[in-house]
Ligand binder design. Structure first.
Ligand code: GRF
Length: 203
């Protein structure tokens, strides 16, 4: 069984879904550790309560990313736990060096829009303001762009006339919990190839 780590800064509902799917046998992975840049992250409490290793790692002085010497601690911790795949889930830091190189092609992120539409933050609000009729979620590989790496899985949801950012976020979240597991299974299986930006199943 391959080892995954979840990196999360907040609520942890995707982590909860990952744990549930590991327990019910639909996600074929061992959750070796959960790491947060926030000591009070609910995700750490979820991990601890479920009996998984939960670690707070000091993010250092920067607000949106980690200085190399702080990110290095993330790398060594992931290596110490023999992590095969790093799953970002609401981890509010831009990934840089040395993590990107140490885990090249082995970091996934989930984003609550149909990328490349609406990268960044507050994206449900942006989708409503723009007036799109569908939004959704995307699981993608992490590279040196923000929300810009090759797309592994997406799911679309309709936007209803009476939606606000919260009702839309809830509809999208349900799909996030489903497709993150599918994407992790695919990447861990190794049965895919990347041609240009396209992630193509081979199995
Ligand atoms: C999710 O909407 C995810 O797409 C985004 O951050 C949110 C994290 O939610 N990257 P949770 O912590 O998994 O509940």
């Amino acid at each position: 069984m391959k080892n995954i780590a979840v990196l999360a800064s907040g609520r942890g509902s995707n982590l909860e879904a990952i744990i549930k799917n590991i327990k019910n046998g639909t996600l074929h992975a061992n959750l070796a550790c959960v790491i947060s840049d926030r000591e009070d992250a609910n995700a750490l409490a979820i991990a601890r309560d479920a009996g998984y290793k939960a670690l707070y790692l000091d993010p250092g002085p920067k607000k949106t990313w980690l200085l190399p010497e702080y990110e290095e601690k993330y790398v060594t911790t992931l290596q110490d736990h023999k992590i095969d795949l790093v799953c970002l889930s609401g981890f509010m830091r831009i990934i840089k060096q040395p993590l990107l190189t140490a885990f090249a092609g082995r970091i996934l992120n989930i984003h609550p829009s149909l990328l490349p539409a609406f990268p960044g933050l507050e994206v449900q609000k942006k989708a409503l303001e723009y007036g799109v009729k569908f939004s959704g979620c995307t699981v993608h590989f992490v590279d040196d762009t923000v929300d810009g790496g090759p797309i592994i899985a997406q799911a679309a949801v309709p936007i209803l006339d009476d939606d606000d950012a919260d009702t839309l976020a809830a509809r999208i979240l349900k799909e996030e919990h489903r497709i993150y597991t599918e994407a992790i299974n695919l990447v861990l299986s190794g049965k895919y190839k990347i041609e240009g930006r396209r992630v193509i199943k081979t199995g």
